[in-house]
Design a protein around this ligand. Structure first.
Ligand SMILES: [Zn+2]
Ligand SMILES: [Zn+2]
Length: 242
């Protein structure tokens, strides 16, 4: 199961709470819109991903009669001009709850990648990890759960996250040798391999969206997807030569 990082989005710390304001809409407990906006306001103040997404969902349901852009307008008007940006950021950081960052430890080999010395595990093909069936290793919450009015903004955020993570991975490879990475304690190694599997899945996922139509992005990502495959192969347990 996912941990705390899901709700403590580091990127959300960049938003100043000073720009937020409590909703002016007044109403008793029966006033659903006022109540929903207050919940969203509380969520934004907490800067926690799940409370924000859940509260926005309720606001959208209460405002079903409004168009999608009218709902975004209402939220910004009622809660301040950073509200929409924070909601988008929250959705872009919403994670899969069924895995640890896109994968789970292989239960066949318990993460060792091998059944016996020099005999790669058949289930995980020597990697020690199994791809999550729910998010297909992206670690992103299902895109279907993103409100339609926020979809393209969330997609833009996902692209930014992928570029940042790619840079981190490339820096790691530039600073550390393969042997030193392979020699790391199991938990650290698994974390790094998971980041490779995840970034590959995320690039594949983004290529299936409208972004895939951008030749610059598709060319770059297809090349990088291949590189990540090569990197991953270097971490697989290889069969021992006789
Ligand atoms: Zn295995
Ligand atoms: Zn998952």
């Amino acid at each position: 199961m996912s941990e705390e990082t899901n709700s403590n989005d580091p990127n959300m710390t960049v938003y100043s709470l000073a720009r937020l304001k409590p909703p002016s809409l007044k109403g008793g407990p029966s006033d659903r819109l006022s109540h929903a906006l207050h919940k969203l306001y509380e969520g934004l103040l907490s800067k926690k991903v799940e409370p924000i997404c859940c509260a926005y969902q309720v606001v959208s349901e209460v405002c079903r009669a409004l168009s999608a852009s009218d709902i975004v307008g209402l939220v910004d008007r009622e809660l301040g001009t950073t509200a929409k940006k924070m909601v988008v950021s929250a959705y872009s950081h919403r994670h899969c709850f069924m895995c640890k960052g896109g994968t789970n430890e292989c239960d066949q080999c318990e993460g060792a990648g091998q059944e016996a010395p020099g005999r790669p595990c058949f289930r995980c093909e020597g990697l020690g990890l199994i791809i999550c069936d729910f998010c297909h290793a992206t670690d992103w919450a299902d895109r279907q759960t993103i409100p339609v009015d926020l979809k393209s903004s969330v997609l833009d955020r996902h692209l930014v996250h992928v570029k940042t993570d790619l840079q981190l991975i490339q820096t790691t490879f530039a600073q550390e040798s393969l042997d030193s990475l392979k020699g790391k304690p199991k938990s650290e190694k698994i974390k790094f391999i998971t980041s490779l599997v995840r970034i590959q899945a995320q690039m594949n996922d983004l290529l299936k969206t409208d972004l895939g139509g951008d030749p610059q992005i598709s060319e770059k990502f297809n090349k990088l997807i291949q590189s990540v495959s090569d990197w991953l192969n270097m971490f697989r347990v290889q069969p021992q030569k006789k």
